[in-house]
Design a protein around this ligand. Structure first.
Ligand code: PLP
Length: 468
């Protein structure tokens, strides 16, 4: 056995015996080298070996830690097969009303905490724009949005290999308005729209409010959209549009790979289904490798791409966009009738911020923090929650999706937690008809703290009590 293997073997034994537990720090490289009488290079090799095996995990500037042992969600947990139907989920509105409360620990909110966002720089941009351009800041913006900001967004698409003209972009009040405008423009009441299951509840609510019917395609933990099933659904039903989140589905955090993205684009185009791409989490790939938007491969003008600054800079500025392809004029009319246009000052300030600062630098830090947070959430769940709790292995975004052990009730846990000032999102929120009753979504957008650690312990105890 090589020297480093011997060191790794001893660490493995310590982990197996419980001497080192999930989430605990391994001895430092220096301690390992001294303790085993080996060089630091050998100690590093041992830790790297454990990392390759998935036993340990490196945290920047903190060392190596024992990885969480929470059982992973099985790769496939397809939702029930159903014919197209109306969104019928009575808890949706109730839960959202309860979560509008400001006095809870916001583990329900899939946004980065303010401390993880460049608040000072954005604040400076807002004041500078108001001071230097008061007339423009206080006047109506053009309905399509400010040209400078639209150009910057188009440039970002170009960096990602997607041809999007600034003239095709319409600035909206977040991605949510972009999706609503697209649905309203494309579909009539009674038309069928395909969504992923599970999916973001805002998409389901937009569909319900427009009296559209919904058809669900599975999004599978660790794999993304089930493209074979999508093809068979489109072959059986007349589907007007598909609202898809291929880059880090909310709540699963799963990524649909490039081959599957191209296959689904092909299926949709062949069956006359327009794709409404919701790429709101695309910049939050924890690996740092930004996945491509669907627009990159859209040769037939069949994709309306929606994005937002909500998850990376400031949800409260309410600035998102759509790239409308051949529907741009109709979408622009819909935007005009809906709100005339977006507020001017947030658009000016975002343009100012993007021109003055290195967005990529901020994103690198944010992604690293989110990846660390989710790992710690995993570890806390493994340590404090009932043993058979399963957890997804997200690859990006802001959520961790949990499945409680048999008999677990996500809604009951949500209510019990809320009574103690802890916000969570019950699994039923993410289904058109009340599936995922045994699931719960936690946000990984909160910086790690004692309070958060205590809340996770408390949630674990509540989950265990409710199983008895
Ligand atoms: C998948 C998805 N789409 C859209 C939105 C809405 O984003 P915005 O704040 O840009 O309207 C969210 C917010 O959580 C989301 O998770």
């Amino acid at each position: 056995m090589l020297l480093y293997e011997r060191v790794a073997e001893q660490l493995r034994e310590q982990i197996a015996s419980g001497a080192l537990r999930a989430g605990e720090r391994l001895p430092s490289i220096r301690q390992l080298a001294q303790g085993h009488g080996v060089s630091t290079a050998t100690a590093v090799q041992a830790c790297l070996q454990l990392e390759r095996e998935g036993v340990a995990q490196a945290r920047p500037r903190s060392g190596y830690f024992v990885r969480a042992a929470a059982p992973r969600l099985p790769a496939a947990r397809p939702p029930r097969r159903r014919a197209p139907g109306t969104v019928s989920n009575p808890v949706l509105q109730d839960v959202l009303d309860m979560l509008a409360r400001r006095d809870v620990l916001p583990l329900h909110s899939a946004t980065p905490a303010p401390a993880l966002l460049p608040q000072a720089a954005l604040g400076a941009s807002l004041s500078r724009c108001l001071r230097r351009q008061p007339a423009a800041a206080l006047d109506y913006a053009p309905p399509q949005g400010l040209p400078g900001l639209r150009r910057l967004i188009a440039q970002r698409y170009a960096q990602l290999g997607a041809a999007v003209a600034p003239d095709e972009i319409v600035i909206t009040a977040g991605a949510m308005e972009a999706i609503s405008l697209a649905l309203r423009t494309l579909a009539e009441p009674g038309d069928v729209v395909l969504v992923e299951s599970p999916t973001y509840h805002g998409i389901l609510q937009a569909i319900a409010s427009l009296r559209l019917k919904v058809l669900e395609v599975p999004n599978l933990p660790g794999r993304g959209i089930d493209v074979a099933r999508l093809e068979s659904l489109l072959a059986q039903h007349c589907v007007r549009a598909a609202v898809l989140v291929p880059n880090f589905n909310n709540p699963l955090g799963s990524l649909t790979d490039d081959a599957a993205k191209q296959a689904l684009l092909d299926s949709c185009a062949r069956h006359g289904t327009v794709v409404i791409e919701d790429d709101i989490y695309g910049e939050l790939a924890w690996s740092g490798q930004r996945p491509s938007p669907l627009r990159r491969w859209d040769r037939r003008g069949n994709v309306i791409s929606c994005g937002s600054f909500s998850k990376i800079l400031a949800p409260g500025l309410r600035v998102g966009w759509l790239a409308g392809a051949g529907w741009t004029e109709a979408l622009l009319r819909a935007k005009y009738f809906s709100t005339v246009g977006n507020a001017s000052l947030p658009q000016l300030a975002l343009e100012d911020y993007l021109r003055r600062h290195d967005l990529e630098r901020h994103l690198r830090r944010l992604r690293r923090t989110l990846a660390e947070n989710v790992q710690r959430l995993h570890e806390a769940v493994a340590r404090h929650w009932p043993a058979a709790t399963r957890a997804c292995e997200p690859q990006g975004g802001l959520s961790l999706w949990l499945q409680l052990p048999p008999g677990g009730d996500g809604y009951g846990l949500f209510e019990a937690a809320l009574a103690e000032g802890i916000g969570t999102s019950p699994g039923v929120l993410f289904s058109s008809r009340g599936d995922y009753a045994d699931c719960l979504r936690l946000s990984c957008g909160l910086p790690w703290s004692e309070t958060l650690d205590r809340a996770l312990r408390r949630l674990g105890r509540l989950a265990a009590q409710r199983l008895r």
